[in-house]
Write a protein that binds this ligand. Structure first.
Ligand code: XLS
Ligand code: NI
Ligand code: NI
Length: 438
């Protein structure tokens, strides 16, 4: 029994259901374009917002009933939290979860204690995973909450802090590996700066590059087959975060020779905060070959911070789903709900309602995108738009057969007069909107 026991396992009941504790659209075994919904979505619940956050904000104390939390977490409290988390996960019926090292374990003040406490909770976790069939989408080390990380972890001005970060990541990467985690995430929350006046940007970037190379090396050394993911975010808590968006991460990975080994975990609201569309980040990551996974929490259109809300607008997500479908889905990634309740949502059942609504939203977006793909009109519109490139001129340019002068001479000699053609944007938008009815 736990705080989350007061509910029968959540089932698919279809659009006519009158229950708030049932899926209306998400039917895990339903095949969409040949693949079960569950495999398209690979949903995960995050440990930190759901079980490790009592609802405090910068103006006030915690509001949510989370009896296993306190200023210092003992092993008994960590275990109570674990029981509650797995009770929730198995009743909700998603396949995956995600965690930070310190979300799950008892509080530690030294590295020896850290390793011991993490190991102790890992063993419990392993048992609960075996008993429930729950899988780990990714693990990650928290290198931003403790005061030692005020100036960053790998990019700290103090090499001892770099070393602490290395120790935490080694322990968490190895734990993730033993738990069968499919990815390992690094979110560089404080890897950036608040003022350039006291910051050696070049040196910090070099340290960050070094750190990431060490992580990749270690991954190979221990035989971890999962994917190493960096999660871009433009700012908050820092004024400027080095991995501000997918393009910045790609440049960084290229610079330090890591583009083959590291991919991105894209968060919807981090894209918004960077002034970009979520679908842009997904498309860019796919184009650069570094697409990994998604944190599906959204922001609030009028707030300039990470409100971490559950998604509830399927139509907004369809463009990104079109890219995901074109990619054949995720490989090791999935949709992680890095989302939290509002502070007044003190009913333990609110956490179910939030996730059920979010998962149904993803299922709706998937079905709408699948309809768009099946209809083929949008694909045709796009193909026709680029048709010229399949002709002789386009092919000679694309293949590299012509140099700049060669192209210029052809254009001049042929007296090219390109004809305006419609981009059909309104039609493209309608082709998506008309399928958003699931
Ligand atoms: C914070 C990030 C964080 C990462 C994991 O904004 O989204 O929650 O996903 O460290
Ligand atoms: Ni996130
Ligand atoms: Ni975030």
């Amino acid at each position: 029994m736990s705080l989350f026991s007061n509910i029968a396992p959540v089932r698919f009941e279809g659009p006519e259901s009158s229950s708030e504790y049932a899926f209306r659209v998400y039917d895990k075994d339903r095949k969409v374009l040949g693949k079960p919904m569950q495999e398209w979505l690979r949903c995960a619940v995050c440990y930190w917002h759901s079980f490790n956050w009592p609802g405090q904000d910068i103006f006030g104390a915690g509001t949510l009933p989370r009896p296993w939390l306190g200023a210092t977490i003992t092993q008994a409290m960590a275990e109570e939290k674990l029981e509650a988390a797995f009770d929730f996960l198995s009743r909700l019926g998603v396949p995956y979860f995600t965690f930070h090292d310190i979300d799950a374990m008892a509080t530690a003040t030294t590295l020896k204690e850290h390793d011991r406490n993490l190991k102790a909770i890992e063993e419990r976790m392993q048992q609960r995973m075996a008993a429930t069939g729950m899988k780990l989408l990714w693990g990650t080390a928290n290198l931003f909450s403790h005061p030692r990380y005020a100036g960053g972890g790998p990019t700290s001005a103090d090499p001892q802090v770099f070393a602490w970060a290395a120790a935490q990541v080694r322990a968490c990467l190895e734990a993730t590996h033993r738990l069968g985690g499919e990815n390992y995430v690094l979110w560089g929350g404080r890897e950036g700066y608040d003022s350039l006046l006291n910051t050696d940007l070049k040196r910090e970037l070099d340290h960050y590059g070094r750190f990431l190379s060490l992580v990749v090396e270690h991954k190979h050394r221990i035989g971890f087959k999962g994917t190493i993911l960096v999660e871009p975010k433009p700012f908050e808590p820092t004024k400027h975060q080095y991995d501000r968006d997918v393009a910045a991460v790609y440049a960084f990975l290229q610079r330090y020779g890591l583009a083959q080994d590291v991919r991105v975990n894209i968060e919807v609201n981090h894209a918004t905060l960077a002034g970009l569309d979520f679908e842009h980040e997904v498309a860019a990551a796919l184009a650069y070959g570094i697409f990994g996974s998604i944190d599906i929490n959204r922001g609030d259109p009028r707030n300039g911070w990470d409100t971490d809300q559950f998604p509830n607008n399927a139509q907004e997500l369809v463009p990104a789903f079109l890219s995901l479908i074109e990619n054949g889905g995720f490989s090791t990634g999935g949709f992680n709900f890095d989302a939290k309740l509002r502070r007044q949502s003190v009913d333990p059942l609110d956490l179910y309602v939030a996730h059920i609504g979010g998962i149904d939203t993803l299922a709706r977006a998937l079905l709408a995108a699948a309809d768009v793909v099946t209809e083929r009109k949008l694909a045709r519109l796009k193909a026709e738009r680029y048709q010229g490139w399949n002709g002789e001129l386009g092919q000679r340019i694309e293949s590299g057969a012509l140099d700049l002068a060669g192209i210029a001479d052809l254009a001049t000699a042929g007296d090219f007069q390109p004809v305006s053609r419609s981009g059909h944007q309104e039609l493209a938008e309608s082709l998506v909107a008309r399928h958003c009815r699931h």
